[in-house]
Design a protein around this ligand. Structure first.
Ligand SMILES: [Ca+2]
Ligand SMILES: [Ca+2]
Ligand SMILES: [Ca+2]
Length: 293
């Protein structure tokens, strides 16, 4: 079922690319990612925002050989605390798992990246912020996986390109574009940003009543969960979550992960395109079966 749903999405994506629609609403009215996942930060005691560790080398940074937990452990020699800023890692882990990597286990991917991911501009661990595309590119470049994937991201930030990549221009209808990507079997990670929140979450679904669904490494109703919020297209970025936090919050970045279709899928897409073309060619002959032949 999962494979079929993703295949259908890939077909839709190819059709969309061919049709180059200009739509004011998403092409699919209601959608939920059939493989949604929800990696969460360490919150053993419900403390989402902060973690504690035994900084045995006293460098102020959590190293993977150092014990860490959601509360100070009495036996630690040099206990320290820091904000857990690993939301971008969790969102990237969701995207990779939903795309079928690492057996679809988002939490495992999250811990793999927390323990092992370092980059010239990222010292590793959970205490530094980043962008979903950076974690996606690290994982794809450092972990074996089948198939070929494409990572793109859309935003207006200075600094999103610290890994040397370039952001796509922010779309004129960002929600519609992201929704169309999602319904086309892309995985979509977003960043929400207000005066006091700067957070990476994963876009998983939407309906035609102005609601969308995300998975959020800081929130759980009970275990792994989808969180539903109302959105509109107001604000500078034209994508706004009205009830995520008091006063609402803007979406001002999204990253996409796409599996490049395999040859047999391309064949199916071509067959679907041929069928659509055949249908389209009939239309100039007029409605109601009128024929010039
Ligand atoms: Ca914590
Ligand atoms: Ca340390
Ligand atoms: Ca969650």
């Amino acid at each position: 079922m999962r494979a079929n749903s993703k295949l259908a999405g890939a077909l839709l994506g190819a059709l969309m690319a061919w049709m180059t629609p200009v739509s004011a609403v998403p092409l699919v009215g209601n959608y939920l990612n059939p493989t949604w996942t929800d990696a969460d930060k360490l919150n053993t005691y419900g403390d989402w925002g902060w973690n504690y560790w035994d900084d045995t080398d006293d460098d102020g940074h959590w190293d993977k050989t150092e014990n860490f937990a959601d509360a100070i452990v009495a036996s630690w020699a040099k206990p320290r605390s820091a904000k857990d800023l690993s939301c971008w890692i969790a969102s990237a882990a969701n995207m990779l798992a939903s795309a079928g990597l690492a057996g679809g286990q988002a939490q495992n991917i999250y811990w793999d990246m927390v323990y092992n991911m370092t980059m010239p501009y990222h010292a590793g661990g959970w205490q530094y912020g980043g962008w979903q595309h950076e974690a996606l590119n690290w994982y794809l470049g450092n972990r074996p996986h089948e198939a070929t994937f494409e990572v793109l991201y859309y935003g207006v930030y200075y600094g999103t390109n610290r890994d040397g990549t370039t952001a796509q221009a922010w779309p004129s209808a960002p929600f519609d574009e992201a929704a169309d990507f999602l319904a086309s079997a892309y995985e979509v990670g977003i960043v929400i940003h207000s005066s006091d929140i700067y957070h990476a979450v994963t876009f998983q679904g939407y309906d035609d009543q102005g609601n969308l669904q995300i998975t959020d490494s800081d929130r759980d109703v009970s275990g792994k969960d989808l969180n539903t919020y109302a959105y509109d297209t107001s604000g500078v970025t034209q994508w706004f979550l009205k009830d995520y936090a008091p006063g609402g919050i803007a979406v001002d970045y999204f990253a996409t992960l796409r599996r490049i279709p395999e040859p047999e899928t391309v064949f199916l897409v071509l067959a679907a395109l041929a069928a659509l073309r055949a249908t389209s060619l009939k239309r100039p002959c007029g409605k109601g079966g009128a024929s010039t032949s």
